[in-house]
Design a binder for this molecule. Structure first.
Ligand SMILES: C[S@@+](CC[C@H](N)C(=O)[O-])C[C@H]1O[C@@H](n2cnc3c(N)ncnc32)[C@H](O)[C@@H]1O
Length: 317
């Protein structure tokens, strides 16, 4: 075999100084505004102490590696404490110090919904999401009736918020119980007459079908878990699936899009990674991608607790 000419990898010293300015996103810490029915009371020692309506709960929090502000005695007055199971993210159990109803009502700015204690530590509401709710309202109020797609929709709070401001919403989730809970929320919020489609399906399969049908949306909101399964056992892994998922979503945006919102709870990726993925699929439109963290602030010390990453594209007018 003839020797191939050796390719030499050189640095680009000639080009240094002519490299275009980096495309950096606007980076913002979004703080969830104070809210009557939810309070982060304190955090520390790997846990957070919160109030959901009248009930105080202690849940694990890997970020909170500092000392709590309140005493052990004060933490011990919590009504319920979540005990992790064998794996960090798997099912665990609640140790209760008072009796809890099967579900209880909560409210945020006129939107009623149900909270519950689940075996996966969640309560049906991610309080940090409230940092996006005003943005969603403001974007959707510009339309007479926007089409909104909510992926990994869980108990439906984004969906119902969008429906409340007049949008037509399609809500997709793999879990039948989660959709049932979301429908109970629709009822308690008195939004049964609003146009909401509830879809139990794997998000990737659903997006492919929507593309074939030619559906279009003004806003797409998603809250993907790090790992999940579709109804037929389809595997979802955030770091593998997100680039293709965002490309599929961008193909469904209408000619007059409002925006796209992605939350992520994966500690292994950076907000800049979210920016690169979202910018790649939205740069053909005017607009801006903003990235950062969602933050909860406690009432004991006003100390911030990082709660999630986000990337949010707002289309230009
Ligand atoms: C609980 S939520 C949001 C994740 C949350 N913010 C967290 O802590 O990671 C995740 C939702 O995604 C849904 N889900 C997971 N994999 C899915 C898939 N492949 N297709 C559709 N929904 C899926 C689950 O049923 C669940 O309701």
């Amino acid at each position: 075999m003839a020797d191939r000419p050796k390719r030499q990898i050189r640095g680009n010293t000639e080009r240094v100084g002519h490299v275009p300015a980096p495309q950096l996103p606007r980076s913002t810490l979004l703080v969830a505004p104070p809210w009557h029915d939810y309070e982060l009371i304190d955090s520390g020692n790997g846990s957070k102490l919160e109030r959901f309506g009248p009930y105080t709960l202690v849940r694990p929090e890997t970020q909170a590696i500092w000392e709590p502000a309140l005493s052990e005695k004060e933490w011990n007055t919590a009504d319920g404490v979540f005990q992790k199971g064998k794996s960090d993210e798997g099912a665990g159990s609640w140790q209760l110090r008072r009796s809890f109803p099967e579900r209880w009502q909560m409210e945020h700015e006129g939107l009623q919904f149900w909270a519950r204690l689940t075996p996966f530590r969640h309560t049906g509401v991610f309080p940090e999401h409230s940092a996006h709710w005003e943005w969603i309202r403001q974007q959707l109020l510009r339309y007479e009736q926007a089409n909104v797609l909510v992926l990994f929709g869980y108990t439906g709070l984004y969906t119902l918020l969008a429906a409340q401001v007049g949008a037509k919403v399609c809500h997709v989730d793999a879990s039948k119980p989660a959709i049932r809970w979301a429908q109970e929320n629709q009822e308690v919020a008195r939004l049964q007459d609003k146009p909401v489609r509830w879809i139990i399906e794997d998000v990737s399969k659903f997006l492919d079908r929507e593309r074939r049908r030619g559906s279009r949306y003004e806003m797409i909101i998603m809250d993907p878990p790090v790992f999940g399964r579709g109804p037929k056992g389809e595997i979802w892994r955030l770091t593998e699936g997100l680039p293709a998922l965002l490309a599929r979503c961008a193909a469904l945006l209408s000619d007059r899009p409002a925006g796209m919102l992605v939350n992520a709870y994966a500690t292994s990726i950076s907000p800049i990674t979210l920016f690169n993925l979202q910018h790649a699929v939205t740069r053909q439109w005017h607009g801006e991608v903003e990235v950062g963290e969602l933050v909860l602030v406690d009432t004991a010390l006003a100390r911030p607790l990082p709660a999630a990453l986000y990337a949010r594209w707002t289309a230009g007018a």
